[in-house]
Design a protein around this ligand. Structure first.
Ligand SMILES: *Cc1c(COP(=O)(O)O)cnc(C)c1O
Length: 412
């Protein structure tokens, strides 16, 4: 057996490496002999050429989600895109209503932003998902009010991998005259996205979850009907006045290339990652007391055994896909997650818990779907990607089996 490079990186949901083809593109726009000019410089050829590079990337990103390039606003990442969507939209539409709806298991970039808006006088309804990590359209329906102007629900949850039916949720929002925003940072390349078919009005994107660079992202802002978002960052009036600041050509070109590659490799990437997920689940069959917090197929209890693996197979059309294949959030009964993390120092994974000076707080997302505290503290998130190999999976499995049995001796 080949021993893979250590540590084995199984934390693709936290960030992905930049694809070499993306890095090659990025390197064309930095130094003195290259196209380093300011894309906003109107007075010389170099500026126009840099602008063309930015506009090509804008088309690539727009294409990936079925948008018009004029609907893409560059930001520093999905965090900023989420801030711009929520704060920018609510402030611009104060006179229409002061209420928004979101959920308790959104990314912190939504949760904290919504809390900031509450301090500003806006009202937020916090929906609680079921154990499958999803908000049902009926739940949203009940929360809608006459003064609801915005609904924000993520497309794919970053800790669980659970998938929202964004088209159905958007339809409910529109029924009540509200605008629908989705944080799609984890969804790009993992589920089909089409802002027209899914009727999304605002969509947050990030490059570094999809083999692009960190520090760049975008907000899709629908043009017809025109959605107004108030700028948070003021300056030269870039990006149709919604986000000022000199555009980072190399970052933007990298995001464009990463999204174009995503489209070309969508099927291959997902087939590869699904195979890895199945291999990983099969390898855990022999380990006792492993539960999946990630919804796997139509099963009541997500215990890792033969039936759950069969049911999680996305090849099976009778099984509705409830989670992306690249994220597996697993609880190891009777094992402390932090200790397991230490014992697994050759495997890079994450817990989702927050370490305070005195104690460890379990993941708010796991608590949010009703996971008991002790089980939440026994959970780790494994996430795979384009460059994960079968050897990575096999070696990680060996290390996990060893670590879990080590932490469980003497017998429970
Ligand atoms: C990573 C992530 C973000 C933050 O994106 P940045 O580009 O790092 O700011 C927001 N939402 C979700 C769901 C994410 O996974």
């Amino acid at each position: 057996m080949t021993i893979p490079k250590l540590p084995i990186y199984l934390d693709y949901a936290a960030t992905t490496p930049v694809d070499e083809r993306v890095a090659d593109v990025m390197q064309r726009y930095l130094t003195v002999d290259q196209l380093f000019a300011n894309p906003a410089s109107r007075s010389h050829m170099l500026g126009w050429q840099a602008e063309q590079v930015v506009e090509q990337a804008r088309r690539q990103v727009a294409d990936a989600i079925g948008a018009d390039p004029r609907e893409i606003v560059w930001t520093s990442g999905a965090t900023e895109a989420n801030n711009l969507a929520l704060i920018g939209y609510l402030r611009a539409n104060r006179e229409r209503g002061m209420h928004m709806v979101t959920s308790t298991i959104e990314h912190k970039a939504i949760v904290d932003t919504a809390h900031a808006l509450e301090k500003e006088g806006f009202e937020v309804t916090w929906l609680t998902p079921g154990s499958d990590g999803c908000i049902q359209p009926e739940q949203l329906h009940e929360a809608m009010r006459d003064d609801t102007v915005l609904v924000s629900l993520m497309a794919v949850n970053n800790e669980l991998g659970s998938i929202h039916d964004i088209a159905a949720l958007a339809a409910v929002a529109h029924e009540f005259g509200a605008v629908f925003h989705t944080d799609a940072a984890q969804a790009v390349g993992r589920i089909p996205l089409d802002v027209v078919a899914q009727q999304v009005d605002l969509m947050s994107l990030s490059a570094h979850k999809t083999y692009g660079p960190k520090g760049v992202g975008a907000l899709y802002v629908k043009r017809h009907p025109d959605i107004r978002v108030e700028a948070l960052i003021h300056g030269g009036g870039h990006e149709r006045g919604m986000r000022s600041g000199t555009l980072p050509t190399h970052q933007i070109a990298g995001m464009g290339e990463a999204f174009a590659l995503m489209q070309q490799q969508y099927d291959d990437d997902n087939a590869h990652i699904t195979r890895l997920q199945q291999r990983f689940l099969r390898g855990l069959e022999g380990v006792e007391g492993v539960l999946s917090n990630t919804p796997l197929g139509r099963i009541d209890k997500n215990r890792i055994d033969k039936s759950s693996i069969e049911k999680s197979s996305t090849d099976d059309n009778s099984t509705e896909q409830r989670a992306v294949p690249n994220i597996l959030n697993l609880a190891f009964e009777g094992v402390d997650g932090e200790s397991l993390l230490m014992a697994l120092r050759d495997v890079a994974v994450s817990t989702g818990s927050a370490c305070n000076s005195a104690s460890v707080d379990p993941s708010y997302v796991l608590l949010g779907i009703g996971t008991p505290r002790s089980l939440a503290l026994s959970s780790l998130r494994f996430s795979f990607g384009r460059f994960t190999t079968e050897a990575d999976i096999d070696h990680a499995l060996t290390l996990i089996r060893h670590a879990v049995s080590g932490l469980r001796t003497p017998p429970r």
